[in-house]
Design a protein around this ligand. Structure first.
Ligand code: NAD
Length: 343
């Protein structure tokens, strides 16, 4: 049995990771600034500490001398609306960098045996992601750096921070660059949700013969990795001896319109896609449409070479499970708002 700490375990990936590791019989301590919205805590951990990891005294308290593994997933993050409008840049950079500065140092002081850091595909240079059909996200393409968001710059800084602790203090680190992880028990409304969740929610909320909005022309491309495969890839990376940054994502690239159509097909409803762009978007929402880079796809050659494992599940399979869960959430929230109105 390992003694494991999951920072940010009140979030989407951390909750699923806690569930898997607890099932395997390890002792799990979670620290997050908030409780998990969808998992019962007994399902994902043995101890849940509510605390702010930007505060060094909290990090000191949470990390103990005999900790085997730390998974650092805590970050001030969100979907396109949160990250790409520019309105949260200072908070995103300050909060996430503070967490990582505290965690890297404290893990070193406490001699933590192994530390996992969750970076993001958002750290790849914008100039390699201008062609939606041919984005380059090979690990070696990271430099010269030019991420398109401050969120991406912070991820790049923190990758370097953990690698520097590895070189100077022998901190045993694993660094993964996640590419759009999705699935049930994740944020599905409110502006911080990712596109698979947003598409499932929009489709679940409308009736037959209505339409859903897709921001932009829908031709931007992305790949999406289902949560169970992400967790498998993280655990295999942790077991390996590879300490350089490596992609964890799917190579099944789709356009956002294709993703929306997949959610529609799964629902069995007849729904039209309305692409909302330019002035029309601005008139409706009062800000420029936040799109991110034109194309992004995971490049998994290095992961396969070093770890020897491949993602196998098609996007559609994960989307079916996610749609089912989000449709249930939509139904629950509709029932709740109806019962609020009537008494
Ligand atoms: P999430 O937002 O669900 O989880 C992050 C958690 O960090 C949240 O529960 C949040 O409350 C917590 N947190 C934020 N600030 C904190 C603080 N000051 N103190 C304590 N806890 C704090 O996100 P997620 O999707 O589970 O992502 C986990 C990690 O993976 C993040 O670092 C994220 O940047 C990275 N990542 C995720 C994706 C993805 O597609 N989900 C893609 C790339 C990178």
């Amino acid at each position: 049995m390992k003694k494991i700490v999951i920072l940010g375990g009140g979030g989407f990936i951390g909750g699923h990771l806690g569930k898997r590791l607890k099932k395997e019989g390890h002792h799990i301590r979670i620290c997050d600034i908030k409780k998990h919205e969808y998992f019962d805590h007994s399902e994902i951990c043995d101890e849940f500490i509510v605390g702010d990891l930007t505060d060094p005294s909290v990090v000191k308290l949470v990390l103990e001398e005999d900790t085997d593994e730390v998974y650092q997933l805590a970050a001030d993050m969100g979907g396109a609306l949160y990250i790409f409008t520019g309105e949260h840049d200072a908070d995103v950079m300050h909060n996430s960098a503070m967490i990582n500065l505290n965690v890297a140092r404290e893990c070193t002081i406490k001699n933590v045996k192994k530390v996992f850091y969750s970076s993001s595909a958002c750290m790849y240079p914008e100039h390699n992601q201008l062609d939606s059909n041919n984005p380059n996200c090979e690990e070696s393409s990271a430099y010269p750096a030019n991420p398109d968001s401050e969120y991406g710059w912070e991820k790049l800084f923190s990758e370097r921070l953990y690698l520097a602790y590895n070189r100077n203090y022998k901190l045993n680190v694993r660094v993964a660059r996640f590419h759009n992880i999705f699935g049930p028990q994740g944020t599905w409304k409110g502006g911080k949700e990712k596109s698979p969740a947003a598409m499932c929610r929009k489709v679940a909320e409308v009736n037959n013969n209505e339409e859903i909005e897709v921001w932009g022309n829908g031709m931007q491309t992305r790949s999406f990795l289902y949560i169970d495969e992400c967790i498998e890839a993280v655990l295999r990376l942790m077991e390996s001896d590879f300490s350089e940054p490596v992609n964890i994502g799917s190579e099944e690239m789709v356009s956002i319109n294709e993703l929306a159509q997949m959610a529609i097909d799964i629902s069995n409803k007849k729904i039209k896609i309305k692409n909302l762009e330019g002035q029309e978007f601005f008139d409706k929402y009062g800000f420029k449409c936040p799109l991110g880079v034109k194309g992004r796809n995971s490049h998994n050659k290095l992961y396969y070479e070093k770890i020897g494992w491949k993602v196998s599940q098609p996007l559609r399979v994960g989307m079916e499970k996610t749609y089912q869960w989000i449709a249930e959430q939509v139904a629950i929230s509709t029932t709740n708002s109806v019962s609020n109105v009537f008494g």
